[in-house]
Structures are given as structure tokens and as C-alpha cells.
Design a protein around this ligand. Structure first.
Ligand code: IPM
Ligand code: MN
Length: 353
């Protein structure tokens, strides 16, 4: 048994977050047994419930504590009873920013062609990853109102793109393409024909660092065309690198082509700090506590967490078990239609691990 003992912060959060995190933790326990690593979890009660109960969104002391864990495992943030933005900005975005998780890594993998909405596309066609910049762009909150609530109101929301932020994101994409070792191609997704400042910086940076990664090809697609190709020819993509807003949008499309939100996982990564892993589907309030939500996105997120903390064999095993459950058992990837309950799907992953 290795000496190392991981400390993992667990934030089940809102809605179905706790339902899916519970299954992820079951898989974690099984993986630890099988791959002989030790861990402890520290639970954090953060989210809509706590906010409504106490008025607290995210105490500074919690942010401070999270700085010293090995990774964070997050269920979902978002509660229909709370005004949009309070929890999302106050918890999710604040953690991404304060922990400098500058990469949002979102794999788009089709595990079973039965669940692909695209005609004639199979598992071999859909296997790429989106490297989304995660700390800048339109998400910074730069801007404001002029003459608010008058007929002459002006609302400004600016996209911040720093040379440092863009370069580290692009470098990560190159490194990732190398490590993936598939097509070895980085496609910049931008809008150089209209956003002639922001994506000019992105494009120049891409071309400036590309020679350092001579084994990796580069490509470019406007964001609208990227959406088209993701549907028409998803097999063209290997690693897509893009800004925060475009990355947010195209990864929901990515989730759909891989079979739906029930299976889409992501990581908020700080390569030299604390990273946070989550299913990207949100809190799905109408399914809360019904034992019908698909936990596999959360289980896949746990797999990504294991890879990041340094348990690659366990990570691969989790991914393979997820794939096997989908291919051999599930009737659908959608809540309530899987042919199994949330807990049963978690049990199946454990069994196949
Ligand atoms: C995501 C989500 C968040 C985002 C929201 C909840 C703030 O949509 O993780 O993709 O826009 O980044
Ligand atoms: Mn999103």
C-alpha cells in the first residue's frame, strides 16, 4: 500500500448533486480497495440550502481550507429558489477563480453509438476533448450599467483576455494533445472575423508557441463553424482550445453528441494547484431524491479526479467500467429511462471495476 493518503473535499451541492456524488464515492471506495490507495473525504455543506438557511454563499474560511486538499469533488450548484447568478458566481466561479483553475477540461466521448443523436456516427467518430479557458473572458464580471433602469440604459460586459491567461491555456492544449497521442491536433475555436482583438491575441499566441510542439498540428475554426463540424464531422476534432464563453456553449453541444448530460464530465484544473471535478449537467431539480438521475457523469468526473491526483490506473479502470455499464446494461442515458435506478447504476460500476 502506498504511503500517500489523499484528502478530498466533497461538495455534494444542490438538487441531484448529492444523489450522484454518493455513487461516485461508492466507486471511489471500491477503486481505493482495488488499487491500494488511501484517502479521506471532508464534506462541505455549500449550496442553495445553506444559502437559504443562513445567508452564507461561500465562507472565506472554506476557500482557505480548500487550498490545502488534494482535489475537490463537486456535485452541482444551482437552486431554482435562488436568483440566478448568486450561487453560480458566488460558489462555482469563485472557486474556479480563487483556486486559479484555469483549465476547464471537458472530454467528449461517445461510449455507445446507440445513444448518439447523430445519424451514422459511431464510437470511433466522437472522441475529442475541449480545453476551455476557465478564469477569464466574459466570465470575469468586467463591465457594468450606465443609467440603469432608465430608457437610456447601457449594459456593458467585457471579455478579458490576458497574454498570460491565453498562453497557459494554449500550452495546456498542446501538452494534452501530445499526451493523448491520437490525432495530435489542436484546433483553436474562435471568431477572428468579428472579435478581432480577443481572438487576434489567441491566434497569434497559438502560432507563436506552436513551433515548440512540432509534433502537434494546429487548425482553426470559427465558433459557429465549430458547432457545425461537431455535428457534421466530429471525427475531425482531437483537442479543441477556446475561450471561456465559447467553451461553455460548445461543451453543452458536445454533451449532446456524446449521449446527453447524464454522461458529460469535466474538470476545473489547476495543473500546479487544487483541481475540482464535476458532472457538467447541473442540479436537475425535478429529479432530486428520486433515485432516477444518471450518476455516470459524476462517476466519470471521479475518474478524471483520480487521473489528476496521480492514480492513472484507477482512473482508466473507472472509465472502462463506465463504458461497460453503458454498453452492456443501460437502455438509455437519460434520467428515469436507464432501466436501472441511480444506486443500481453505481453498483454496476463497482461490480465491473
Ligand atoms: C458550466 C456551467 C457554469 C458555467 C454556470 C453554472 C456558471 O454552465 O460549468 O458549464 O457557465 O461555466
Ligand atoms: Mn455550461
Amino acid at each position: 500500500m502506498s504511503e500517500k493518503k489523499y484528502t478530498l473535499a466533497v461538495v455534494p451541492g444542490d438538487g441531484t448533486g448529492p444523489d450522484v456524488v454518493r455513487e461516485g464515492l461508492k466507486v471511489l471506495e471500491a477503486a481505493a480497495r482495488k488499487f491500494s490507495f488511501r484517502y479521506e473525504t471532508v464534506d462541505y455543506d455549500i449550496g442553495g440550502e445553506r444559502y437559504l438557511r443562513t445567508g452564507e454563499v461561500l465562507p472565506d474560511s472554506v476557500v482557505q481550507e480548500l487550498r490545502s486538499v488534494d482535489a475537490i469533488y463537486l456535485g452541482a450548484i444551482g437552486d431554482p429558489r435562488v436568483k440566478p447568478g448568486i450561487l453560480e458566481k458566488g460558489i462555482l466561479l469563485r472557486l474556479r477563480f480563487e483556486l486559479d483553475q484555469y483549465i476547464n477540461l471537458r472530454p467528449v466521448v461517445l461510449y455507445d453509438a446507440r445513444f448518439c443523436p447523430l445519424k451514422e456516427k459511431t464510437e470511433k467518430d466522437i472522441d475529442f476533448v475541449v480545453v476551455r479557458e476557465n478564469t477569464e473572458g466574459l466570465y470575469c464580471g468586467a463591465g457594468g450599467f450606465l443609467r440603469k433602469d432608465t430608457a437610456e440604459e447601457v449594459a456593458i460586459q467585457e471579455s478579458i483576455n490576458s497574454a498570460h491567461g491565453v498562453e497557459r491555456c494554449i500550452r495546456y492544449a498542446f501538452e494534452y494533445a501530445r499526451k493523448r497521442n491520437k490525432q495530435k491536433q489542436v484546433t483553436l475555436c474562435g471568431k477572428t472575423n468579428v472579435l478581432t482583438f480577443a481572438f487576434d491575441l489567441w491566434e497569434r499566441t497559438l502560432h507563436r508557441v506552436a513551433p515548440e510542439y512540432g509534433d502537434v498540428k494546429t487548425d482553426y475554426a470559427h465558433v459557429d463553424a465549430t458547432c457545425m463540424w461537431m455535428v457534421k464531422n466530429p471525427e475531425w476534432f482531437d483537442v479543441i482550445v477556446t475561450d471561456n464563453m465559447f467553451g461553455d456553449i460548445i461543451t453543452d453541444l458536445g454533451a449532446m453528441v456524446q449521449g446527453g448530460m447524464g454522461i458529460a464530465a469535466g474538470g476545473n484544473v489547476n495543473p500546479s494547484g487544487v483541481s475540482m471535478f464535476e458532472p457538467i449537467g447541473g442540479s436537475a431539480p425535478k429529479y432530486t431524491g428520486k433515485n432516477v438521475i444518471n450518476p455516470l457523469a459524476a462517476v466519470s468526473a471521479l475518474g478524471m479526479l483520480l487521473e489528476e491526483i496521480g492514480e492513472p490506473a484507477a482512473a482508466t479502470a473507472v472509465e472502462q467500467a463506465v463504458r461497460k455499464v453503458i454498453r452492456e446494461k443501460l437502455e438509455s442515458l437519460s434520467a428515469g429511462r436507464m432501466g436501472y435506478s441511480t444506486t443500481e447504476v453505481g453498483d454496476l460500476v463497482v461490480k465491473y471495476l
